[in-house]
Design a protein around this ligand. Structure first.
Ligand SMILES: O=C1O[C@H](COP(=O)(O)O)[C@@H](O)[C@H](O)[C@H]1O
Length: 252
């Protein structure tokens, strides 16, 4: 399998398949738990970037239900999000609400390690919220695994195709930026930038369902001139495209 990235220096893309979305989520959950446990055994505080959407939900359900869940000390896990919607804290459209509902009630977490994008009710402007989140991401340091749900259009985080303004890149790029006029509601968001995602040791792209099959095919065989946003990232050590049977329908 060739690398899907348009940037040098990252791990080549690898495909991981499961029959169903539930089987996929269980395997992703098992790997998240294994990575966190190994890092804790090495004396580190692992850092995981969570995602929203359908695979954000499925992967959190998978972690919460996993038999090995409590082999990780979740109070010593740092959590970031790949993107967040600019709505008030606790709003049903916020990506962090998934973790608040599906994982955090089942494990002990330390709020000092949970780095949320401020809400639209925080008193900050959208630009201030993005700048504050960029500082939190920079301070978080090493990212062990970044989970990224892939949209049917090939977006990851809130980096949408056809939006050259969102392809902020290079060593001087901030870790997070503002998105306005998002093609998917809500229109205002904060997202990690491409180089921030590439900072992760492991970048995992998650896609389940037939509506993701076209995007998956275009990640596996990226357009050389204009790759999808999800085909522009890689991990330092690992780049994995996790697909269920329906999303992986197109021959790899
Ligand atoms: O808007 C977003 O969409 C993607 C994917 O969502 P899905 O429902 O098509 O799976 C998500 O991963 C991203 O975090 C989110 O903000």
């Amino acid at each position: 399998m060739s690398a899907a990235s348009d940037a040098p220096g990252g791990a080549a893309l690898r495909l991981e398949r499961a029959a169903t979305v539930d089987a996929l989520a269980e395997r992703v959950a098992a790997r998240v738990i294994a990575v966190c446990r190994a890092r804790q055994e090495a004396g580190a505080v692992p850092c995981v970037v969570l995602t929203g959407g359908s695979m954000g939900r499925a992967s959190l359900l998978g972690i919460a239900a996993h038999a090995e869940r409590d082999s990780v000390d979740w109070s010593r896990v740092r959590v970031l999000w790949g993107d967040e919607r600019w709505v008030p804290a606790g709003h049903e459209e916020r990506n962090d609400r998934l973790a608040d509902e599906l994982l955090f009630p089942h494990v002990e977490v330390d709020p000092a390690f949970i780095h949320r994008v401020p809400g639209s009710d925080s008193g900050l402007t959208l630009d201030e919220a993005a700048a504050q989140y960029a500082v939190a991401v920079d301070r978080a340091g090493r990212i062990d695994v970044a989970l990224n749900g892939v949209g049917p259009d090939g977006h990851l985080c809130s980096l949408f195709p056809g939006r050259a303004d969102l392809l902020v890149d290079g060593p001087d790029a901030p870790a997070a930026m503002v998105v306005r006029d998002s093609p998917k509601p809500p229109p205002e968001r904060v997202t990690l930038t491409l180089p921030a995602v590439r900072r992760a040791d492991r970048v995992w792209l998650l896609a389940a369902g037939a509506e993701k099959a076209e995007a998956v095919a275009r990640i596996v065989r990226p357009d050389a001139d204009d790759p999808l946003p999800a085909a522009r990232v890689h991990g330092r050590d690992e780049t994995v495209l996790w697909v269920d049977a329906a999303a992986g329908l197109a021959p790899a």
